[in-house]
Design a protein. Structure first.
Length: 604
């Protein structure tokens, strides 16, 4: 085929032959009419040819007549073997010229997409970022290629996309190792590794980047890597360590001289950690202040920024949405998420991103008993996440379906769905998602009358994880455990607990526990004993809660755990608290009732 191609091409007129060789030097996905029309005149001049570039139509007709090229629906199609032979015939000079022209074309397209992102430029950024990389890499413009791919994975972190760019990022990092810009390229690679769940390698790489970049005075690279490291720590359930590292990141941002939007992004990351630690009211108040500040900030200023403005806006809104969920402010959560979804649609985010944002409505819809809307949303999201192989979100979908069936009284269906969710969560390996599924599964097993011992074991598994990672939800599960300990047989050892919960296919509780921070307890048995002690003592109750109030709560919590209607009991509790409140403190009752409602929701 090579000899045939060479013979046919040599018989062509010089203009048609040059056009053919140009097409062959393009990446296959770039042989589109709209691209070729813009780049061909530039390429002709770069080759040093005189006059205007030959018309494309006569060249194409000549190539079609000899069977080298076909034009189908705006795409120039060339057999791969023919294209390879054409590149060989074109030579290194033609390939280098094509690479330079196409790199410039896609870089300009990416810049235009960024300028117009909030008016729908997102898809062009994704297309340009991936398309520019091979041309830039052949020209050994490694750092430009890394920046191009970073623009992609910031906007499309789907497993398929990240897996596709990961080998390119590894090649770039190898090529730039030891250079001034090599550290930034390593930080981009680490972000891709984290997105694919390879968090051990990502953490090691990010720590090294932060250390070395700070030593070299590359503070912008250092603060970006610090933000990535905080995300890794959160993924591993190490919230306190992440919170301590925020101050380090803020200082690096200051030393880098970055602007107010980057500083806002740092503060948003701090609030995300506070959410994990259960400080939801503080977070929601702070988010409202940040929203006011965003409204007054110009989109650009004198100071350089290291963030995308849309990402800061959406991140702050999402943090507020999470806090509103935890505080059971369902309408506020829906309103915040409506803004997020609108922003993602406006910038024409990927289908996966839009589904991620829309999924967050299911919880409030469920609590507002808008069941048909919740089911429709969950099934739409499931279809998207399956198509995109997003296992983490599939786990959340099945957990949502379990909750939906539980609210409708179909507890055996809830058990089945939550077991599926737990398998997905363990496959991904994110501790908090695993914990939530353990806790939920315990509730569904209890209500369905299946395996009361299994229900206790899964509740203990949730408590052990939350205990080790210092999660703000620990007091809630301890409150529930304190009710169960006297009536159900306890696992005698950590090994026995593992045997019970690992009966669910795909659950590797022992392995997960071994990856958690060990500052609370060095072993599984030690953690189990400490959690049991907490559940048996006043630490398992709300701090300073009077014995009278605990006695009032007991039948209410038992009814909630059994899935019964708690409205009459909740009203009776409010009435008794109002009657017993000292003069002038009646308003405190609503705060107590709000906390009780939150605890009931967790039990459900």
């Amino acid at each position: 085929m090579s000899a045939w191609t060479r013979t046919i091409a040599e018989s062509l007129a010089p203009e048609a032959r040059a056009f053919f060789q140009f097409l062959c030097c393009l990446e296959e996905g770039d042989r589109e009419e709209w691209i070729v029309t813009q780049v061909w005149p530039v390429h002709w001049k770069r080759l040093g040819r005189d006059g205007e570039a030959p018309g494309i139509e006569p060249c194409v007709e000549a190539l079609r007549e000899v069977g080298l090229v076909d034009l189908v629906k705006g795409e120039y199609r060339i057999h791969p073997g023919v294209a390879e032979a054409g590149r060989e015939q074109a030579g290194e000079a033609c390939q280098a010229a094509t690479d330079e022209d196409m790199a410039a074309f896609w870089s300009a397209a990416s810049r235009a997409g960024v300028r117009q992102e909030m008016q729908g430029g997102g898809p062009m950024i994704l297309r340009a970022g991936r398309s520019a990389a091979p041309y830039l890499m052949r020209r050994q413009q490694w750092h430009a290629a890394a920046e191009s791919l970073e623009q992609v994975i910031r906007r499309d972190a789907s497993p398929q996309t990240v897996a596709a760019v990961l080998p390119l990022l590894r090649r770039i990092t190898e090529a730039t190792s030891g250079t001034e810009k090599g550290l930034k390229d390593a930080g981009v690679l680490a972000s891709a590794l984290r997105a694919l769940g390879q968090v051990d390698e990502a953490e090691k790489m990010l720590r090294e980047v932060v250390r070395e970049a700070e030593e070299r005075g590359q503070f912008r690279t250092a603060t970006a890597a610090a933000g990535g490291l905080i995300n890794v720590l959160l993924t591993r359930g190490r919230s306190k360590e992440a919170l301590e590292f925020v101050d380090k990141m803020k200082e690096l941002t200051r030393r880098a001289g970055l602007g107010p939007w980057t500083q806002l992004a740092d503060e948003a990351q701090r609030l995300q950690i506070l959410n994990e630690l259960g400080q939801w009211s503080e977070v929601l108040d702070a988010v409202e202040r940040l929203r006011e500040r965003m409204r007054t900030l110009p989109d650009s200023g004198e100071a350089e920024e290291a963030v995308d403005l849309w990402n800061v806006r959406e991140g702050i809104l999402d943090t507020g949405h999470s806090a509103a969920l935890a505080l059971e402010r369902w309408q506020q959560a829906l309103a915040l998420n409506e803004e997020i979804v609108e922003l993602t649609r406006t910038r024409q985010a990927t289908t996966l991103e839009i589904a991620h944002a829309g999924f967050n409505d299911y919880g409030p819809l469920l609590r507002l008993e808008r069941y048909s809307e919740a089911r429709e949303l969950l099934l739409e999201c499931r279809q998207t996440f399956e198509a995109e192989s997003d296992l983490e979100m599939l786990g959340k979908v099945f957990s949502g379906l379990a909750s939906l069936e539980g609210n409708r009284g179909h507890h055996r269906e809830s058990v089945r769905y939550e077991q599926t969710a737990l398998r997905y969560s363990y496959h991904v390996g994110e501790p908090r998602d695993c914990t939530i599924s353990h806790f939920n599964l315990a509730n569904y097993l209890w209500r369905s009358g299946q395996q009361p011992g299994g229900a206790l074991a899964h509740r203990l598994a949730a408590a052990l994880i939350w205990f080790q990672i210092s999660d703000g939800h620990l007091p809630q599960v301890l409150q529930v455990l304190s009710r169960d300990l006297a009536s159900l047989p306890l696992p005698a050892t950590f090994d026995e607990l593992c045997e019970i919960v690992e009966q669910v296919e795909g659950v590797r509780f022992r392995a997960l526990f071994s990856r958690l921070p060990a500052d609370k307890a060095a072993t599984g048995d030690e953690a189990l004993q400490k959690v049991l002690e907490l559940a048996r003592t006043e630490d398992a109750k709300s701090p300073g809660m009077p014995e009278e109030l605990r006695q009032l709560l007991k039948p209410l919590l038992q009814a909630a755990a059994a899935g019964q209607d708690v409205a009459p009991l909740l009203k009776a509790l409010r009435d008794q608290l109002v009657a017993a409140a000292p003069p002038g403190q009646e308003q405190d009752v609503e705060g107590i009732i709000a906390a009780v409602r939150q605890l009931i929701e967790k039990l459900r």
